[in-house]
Design a protein around this ligand. Structure first.
Ligand SMILES: NC(=O)c1ccc[n+]([C@@H]2O[C@H](COP(=O)([O-])OP(=O)(O)OC[C@H]3O[C@@H](n4cnc5c(N)ncnc54)[C@H](O)[C@@H]3O)[C@@H](O)[C@H]2O)c1
Length: 332
């Protein structure tokens, strides 16, 4: 029997993933059954499309009030400080990513909630194999973000084994999406490049051209979260740490694929501090456990993702320039 979702709270709902996860959860489980929350106010498409509350995930009492008032039974806990921002604010990264998660876990234990929590490929480090990283491997991250994600995986597994409640998670690769901008990670170039290609025909990439990293298109990322949460618990041998893979490519390969659609597109490379973070991460991931335990299969590869991204962004920019023209005062 697949697991059932009742009333859901999403933390960090205004971020890159939440902006697309919340509408899909509302479509599947009912608009009023999905409470979106964040430390900042909602923008489109979350504004006015269902319940929203401002809350800081380190505020346990505030979260408890929302959980009780909205009779929540499931949490999608997305609030976090990502890799590049984490290096600028390490203390804040620990506070939000570890202390915030620990408070959510305690609330989940007290209120009998199910929990989805995303880990990341940032848990891997220089001593992890670069190719086809197995499910069980060396976790030795060099960023504070990676360290908080390792701590998070261990905490989630501890709560599962110690208290027996249902917590699930996966190690997302870099996520590519057309809606909300990414929140300060090392794979952000793979989103920025599309906006620059469509608007200016030119992009300067902050990673070296041959830096291969694992990536995933947002529709696959959303489906992975929902399919993992709906999988029968009895089928899962792992819980909060599934490797998931979809595609791996370098900035040069991505630029070449974009050039097949926009031949005049030019990409330059000026690596910055994020290069060292990218160099510590693996190139490809073995996701056999996710495939076997809950049937994970990606639908998008590099080619189909690039085509979909360019279509979505071209339409979006055409719509916004048409709207601007419409607002211009007409001459007589
Ligand atoms: N986007 C990716 O490429 C990627 C890859 C791997 C894992 N992840 C994980 O997925 C989750 C969501 O990532 P995202 O890309 O949407 O991140 P994001 O940075 O775009 O969004 C995070 C959201 O959390 C909110 N937030 C920050 N601190 C908060 C606090 N104290 N209280 C409440 N909200 C707070 C921010 O306002 C933001 O809207 C994170 O756990 C992240 O580590 C993302």
């Amino acid at each position: 029997m697949p697991e059932k979702m009742g009333r859901i709270i999403v933390t960090g709902a205004c971020g890159q993933i939440g902006t697309e996860l919340v509408p899909e959860l509302r479509r599947r489980y009912g608009q009023e059954n999905v409470l979106a929350t964040d430390i900042r106010g909602p923008t489109e498409p979350l504004a006015g499309s269902g319940p929203f509350a401002l809350v800081d995930v380190t505020d346990r009492a505030g979260l408890a009030r929302l959980i009780e008032r909205h009779k929540i039974d499931t949490v999608y806990h997305l609030a976090a400080i990502l890799s590049a921002r984490g290096e600028r604010e390490p203390e804040r990264a620990w506070e939000v990513n570890v202390e915030g998660l620990r408070k959510i876990l305690e609330l989940a234990r007290e209120h009998g909630l199910r929990l989805f929590w995303p880990s990341s490929i940032a848990i891997f480090g220089p001593a992890t194999p670069k190719e086809n990283v197995p499910q069980e491997t060396v976790l030795c991250p060099t960023t504070i973000y990676g360290i908080t994600k390792v701590a998070g995986e261990l905490l989630c597994d501890y709560y599962f084994h110690r208290f027996g409640f249902d917590v699930r998670g996966l190690r997302y690769p870099g996520i590519i999406s057309s809606e909300a901008p990414p929140g300060g990670g090392t794979t952000d170039y793979a989103v920025e490049i599309f906006h620059a290609a469509v608007r200016e025909g030119r992009y300067t990439c902050f990673l070296r051209e041959d830096t291969v990293l694992p990536m995933m298109f947002m529709p696959d990322a959303i489906r992975a979260a929902i399919e993992l949460m709906e999988a029968p618990l009895a089928r899962l041998k792992h819980h909060a740490n599934f490797n998931v893979a979809a595609m791996s490519f370098s900035p040069a390969e991505l630029a070449a694929e974009i050039r097949r659609h926009i031949p005049e597109f030019v990409c330059d490379f000026e690596p910055d501090a994020r290069q060292a973070i990218a160099d510590s991460w693996p190139r490809t991931i073995d996701d056999t456990a996710a495939r076997e335990e809950w049937g994970w299969r990606p639908r998008y590869d590099l080619k189909s993702m690039v085509a979909a991204m360019l279509t979505r962004l071209s339409e979006r920019y055409a719509r916004s320039s048409a709207a601007q023209e419409h607002q211009q005062p007409r001459g007589s």
